[in-house]
Design a protein around this ligand. Structure first.
Ligand SMILES: Cc1cc2nc3c(=O)[nH]c(=O)nc-3n(C[C@H](O)[C@H](O)[C@H](O)COP(=O)(O)OP(=O)(O)OC[C@H]3O[C@@H](n4cnc5c(N)ncnc54)[C@H](O)[C@@H]3O)c2cc1C
Length: 430
């Protein structure tokens, strides 16, 4: 169970199958650091690891425990690339920065798998590629466009016809697909716990149950206050993504927290398991309200879907994820469902993650739009570069001004309306 979480989204497979987590006591003292990191998900932990490796004194403050947020709850899909295609990044950010972002995001999967092998992180990592499954002709055309643009940047892409896609997935529900060999999948919570252990082994300090309640400045220094401790530092990295509160005025309004949920079965019999995803791929389909699915190390089947904010509506979405499973894999009709859980992603208005310099040595990296296993890890590395003084022109991601999303206080209504519109468009095949 995820501690201190609403029961409807707390029964997590990843928590139930997590490696033993190292103790992370609360901050109860006054300490100092070169860099303070707020939030121990992939962004904060990757930043911590990259910073201690270049000799910085790093303290991470986490409101709960490492991996408690989206990083310990997600689908574990290691997705290379940005949501928008490479040409879009170049037209929006210019050739030089666009190319940097393409390289950074394209290599994000490699960064994840390299960190895992270099630090011997036990997280069931499979670098088998990221499989996109086309649900209709428009979906296939989008994948083709994506493939051509990435190939122009040297990324090898494997197009799949209907029977090749069916062979890899064990369902004939899709008309084709695209395999991006740079991706794969992991046990997300064990990846987060492994990053935390690696950062601590290299010299970082991580405090759990240490929610930062306030940041005040004392000249160039920042003083972070928790319930029982204080941290004095020059640099602060805010890595709170979909769990961003009001610590930094205006930051919460730059992203919309959206719930994503998953359900998982009991371990499948060997016979059933042999019929589904034999190559251990973790596909996502091309629907606007996409389905993403995979198996875990014990052969449980996992289906993910968009969640809702209220418990009743969330239960309906969880039931829908189970129903989609049996549409795709009728052989799972009578299977036992053991887990259902969820968490918050952070959506941005332009579908790009954001890196903000907030002044007085404070920066934030957030807004992965549900694609943060690779990108949050990569953003952590960019934040580490920023903290050690790499000029913004030389960073691999553009530093942008904070811009609040208009009518942010109505975001729940907006998300539900968008979900209803997308549902209709998916049903009409648009
Ligand atoms: C159900 C689900 C499925 C997903 N599936 C995928 C997937 O398959 N592939 C993929 O690439 N991405 C996926 N994502 C998205 C991905 O998980 C996130 O983009 C990524 O984990 C974000 O990492 P993060 O470190 O920025 O934030 P988080 O992991 O959310 O961590 C933020 C942390 O900040 C802490 N915090 C907040 N405020 C404070 C404070 N004041 N003081 C101290 N700590 C604070 C929180 O407790 C939290 O632990 C999914 C997300 C969800 C919810």
């Amino acid at each position: 169970m995820i501690q201190n979480e609403a029961p409807v989204i707390a029964n997590s497979l990843w928590s139930a199958t997590a490696n033993l987590a190292s103790a992370c006591p609360a901050l109860t003292d006054e300490v100092e650091a070169d860099v303070a990191i707020i939030g121990a998900g992939f962004t904060g932990l990757s930043a911590a690891l990259h910073l201690v490796q270049v000799g910085q004194k790093v303290v991470v403050l986490e409101a709960e425990t490492p991996g408690w947020g989206a990083s310990g709850r997600n689908g574990g899909q290691v997705n290379p690339g940005l949501i928008e295609n490479p040409d879009h990044a170049i037209s929006k950010f210019g050739l030089q920065m666009g190319l940097r972002m393409i390289a950074m995001s394209g290599n994000a999967g490699k960064l994840v798998f390299d960190l895992i092998s270099r630090n011997d992180i036990q997280c069931d990592a499979h670098n088998v590629g990221w499989l996109r499954a086309a649900h209709n002709t428009a979906g296939m055309l989008n994948l083709e466009k994506k493939a051509r643009q990435w190939e122009a940047h040297g990324a090898p892409m494997q197009r799949l016809n209907a029977s090749e896609a069916a062979q890899l997935m064990g369902t004939e529900a899709y008309i084709g697909g695209l395999l991006d060999p740079r991706g794969g999948n992991i046990h997300p919570l064990n990846y987060a716990l492994g990053l935390a252990d690696a950062a601590v082994a290299a010299g970082a300090q991580i405090y759990g149950q240490s929610k930062v309640q306030a940041i005040t400045s004392d000249g160039p220094l920042n003083l972070l206050t928790t319930a029982h401790g204080k941290l004095r530092t020059r640099k602060v990295l805010v890595c709170t993504n979909g769990y961003t509160g009001d610590l930094i005025p205006g930051l919460r309004q730059t992203v919309v927290p959206i719930r994503s949920v998953q359900v998982a079965t009991a371990p499948l019999s060997d016979n059933l398991r042999a019929t589904i995803l034999p190559g251990l791929h973790a596909p996502s389909d091309t629907r606007r309200l996409l389905s993403y699915f995979r198996t875990d190390a014990a052969g449980r089947f996992i289906m993910g879907a968009r969640g809702a904010y209220k418990p009743g509506a969330t239960r309906a979405r969880l039931a829908q994820a189970r129903a989609v499973t049996t549409q795709l894999f009728p052989q799972l009709a009578d299977v036992q469902w053991d887990y259902e859980w969820g968490g918050y992603i952070a959506a941005t208005a332009d579908h790009y993650p954001h890196l903000h310099d907030l002044g007085n040595g404070i920066a934030a990296g957030l807004g992965y739009n549900g694609r943060g296993v690779g990108m949050a890890t990569a953003m952590g590395k960019v934040l580490a570069d920023w903290a050690i003084g790499v000029p913004k022109e030389d960073l691999d991601f553009p530093v942008s001004k904070m811009r609040g999303i208009p009518f942010h206080n109505l975001h729940r209504l907006g998300v539900e309306a968008t979900v209803a519109r997308y549902k209709l468009m998916d049903r009409l095949g648009l």
